[in-house]
Design a protein around this ligand. Structure first.
Ligand SMILES: [Zn+2]
Length: 167
C-alpha cells in the first residue's frame, strides 16, 4: 500500500521534469546548447566532462553538486551512446532535485582533479539502483535519451534533404 502511494508520486514529477527538459533541448539535439539552457534555467553552472571512474567498480557516471555549480563526470571508457544515457541520467537527478550525499573528498578529488578543492559538495552516484530516486532518474533518463535520439535523427534527415537539393 505504502509502496503504491510512493510510486504514484513519481510519474507526475518525472513528467513535469521531462516537459521542462524537452523545452530546453534544442531542435538539433546539440548537447552543449542543451546544457547551457539547463544551466541558465537553473541559474547555476552545469559542466559535463569525462573522467576516470575506474577506481569505483561499476560507476559509470556521477554528479558532484557543489556550492559553485553542478559537475557531471562520465566514464571515459564508455561508448558515446552509453555516455549520452549516463548524461541524461545525471541531468535527471538534477532536474528531480535529488540532493545526493555528502561525499568523501577523496572520491570527489579523484573524479574531478581539475576542480579546486575546498568547496562543500554532495555526490549523486549510480549505486543505489533500487531506490525510488534511482528509479525516477532512470525513467526520466530513458525519456530524455529517446527524445534526444529523435531530434538528432530529425536533424540528420533535414541536413540530408538539404544536401540532396544541392546535388
Ligand atoms: Zn543515479
Amino acid at each position: 500500500m505504502k509502496q503504491s502511494q510512493e510510486t504514484s508520486l513519481t510519474p507526475r514529477q518525472v513528467r513535469r521534469a521531462a516537459r521542462l527538459a524537452r523545452r530546453l533541448m534544442p531542435h538539433d539535439g546539440d548537447l552543449n546548447v542543451w546544457l547551457r539552457n539547463l544551466s541558465e534555467h537553473r541559474n547555476r553552472p552545469i559542466k559535463a566532462t569525462v573522467g576516470d571512474l575506474s577506481a569505483t567498480p561499476g560507476l559509470s557516471g556521477m554528479c558532484v553538486i557543489r556550492d559553485d555549480g553542478d559537475f557531471i563526470i562520465l566514464d571515459a571508457s564508455a561508448s558515446p551512446t552509453r555516455r549520452l544515457v549516463f548524461l541524461c541520467h545525471e541531468i535527471a537527478h538534477l532536474l528531480l532535485g535529488h540532493q545526493g550525499e555528502v561525499a568523501s573528498s577523496d572520491l570527489v578529488a579523484r573524479a574531478t582533479p581539475d576542480l579546486p578543492p575546498g568547496l562543500r559538495s554532495r555526490v549523486v552516484t549510480r549505486h543505489e539502483h533500487d531506490s525510488l530516486e534511482e528509479q525516477a532518474a532512470e525513467e526520466l533518463a530513458t525519456l530524455l535519451s529517446l527524445e534526444h535520439a529523435r531530434r538528432q535523427r530529425a536533424q540528420e534527415l533535414r541536413s540530408n534533404a538539404i544536401s540532396a537539393r544541392l546535388r
